[in-house]
Design a protein around this ligand. Structure first.
Ligand code: SAM
Length: 258
């Protein structure tokens, strides 16, 4: 079957077997993708459910709708949830991180204000990150749109928001630091030797790096300090490099044929 476009819809748009498309979705499907009446696409709720749907014509005053034809079963999610704690980089750098790391499989973004963070984002910026995450979810054919939490201080992120300590699921937490000896790749091979149910957290620092007290606090919260190699990566590159390694480890454990 030809590649089908994906569009994320809210559950409120679904009535019986019809989806009421918003003006923005109608514009995107009709004007940008040039879909015609009866053309098919995938509608997804961003929480794991997808359907094969068909564009149908309704009364002009009501705009276009899509009819649900059948559930669309597919599995492209990673086997373990990844939480990415990122000290916000300058400018629009976090947009690039959200786009690339959504494609790679991150399930929760935890933007943090560290000691050396310069950016304090507006609510509009946070909304823009969430929109980028939806676009990247559709583009990468994932089923679940990652959550983007409101920014908090690094200490608060460690204390309040991190993986539930009472959870029976194992958790592995890594903080990336420049000029370290133990590579994340080695840590992953040591910690993940077979397919497991685990939660994985990765923290990456800002342009100026983590401060020594931040690294100490992270260690107290169960993080291992890891390297991404001997070259110093930009604050925007490091999250993508780290998440790529975790995704590669999880993918190859769950699908040995890869
Ligand atoms: N100015 C810092 C220094 O010279 O130590 C470098 C900070 S780096 C631009 C930004 C962040 O990316 C770091 O805090 C770290 O989390 C991550 N990072 C960059 N290169 C890394 C590497 N080779 N290994 C591990 N983490 C790295």
């Amino acid at each position: 079957m030809a590649q089908l476009q994906r569009v994320t819809v809210s559950p409120l748009q679904i009535q019986d077997d019809c989806i009421n498309l918003t003006a923005e979705q109608q514009h995107y499907l009709g004007r940008v993708l040039r879909l015609q009446i009866n053309d098919r696409f995938i509608a997804m709720d961003g929480q794991g459910q997808s359907w094969l749907v068909q564009l149908i014509c309704s009364l002009p005053a009501e705009g276009h709708q899509a009819r649900i034809l059948e559930p669309w079963a597919t599995q492209t999610e990673l086997t373990c949830p990844i939480t990415l704690l990122t000290a916000l980089p300058k400018g629009n750098g976090f947009e690039e991180i959200v786009r690339a790391c959504t494609e790679l499989g991150v399930s929760t973004f935890m933007p943090v204000i560290s000691d050396r963070t310069l950016l304090h984002p507006s609510p509009q910026k946070i909304e823009r990150w969430r929109k980028i995450a939806i676009e990247a979810t559709e583009q990468s054919e994932r089923q679940v749109t990652p959550q983007i939490l409101d920014p908090v201080s690094f200490t608060r992120a460690l204390e309040n928001h991190l993986l539930n300590p009472l959870s029976p699921v194992q958790s592995f937490k890594y903080i990336c630091g420049a000029r370290q000896d133990f590579h994340l790749w080695q840590a992953l091979h040591h910690d993940l030797q077979q397919p497991v149910q685990a939660e994985i957290a990765i923290a990456t620092g800002p342009e100026g790096g983590w401060t020594a007290p931040e690294l100490d606090t992270a260690i107290q919260h169960g993080f291992q300090i890891v390297s991404l190699g001997q070259r110093i990566l930009r604050a925007i590159t490091a999250p993508t490099a780290a998440v790529s390694l975790v995704a590669a480890r999880l993918d190859t454990l769950s699908r040995p044929e890869f």
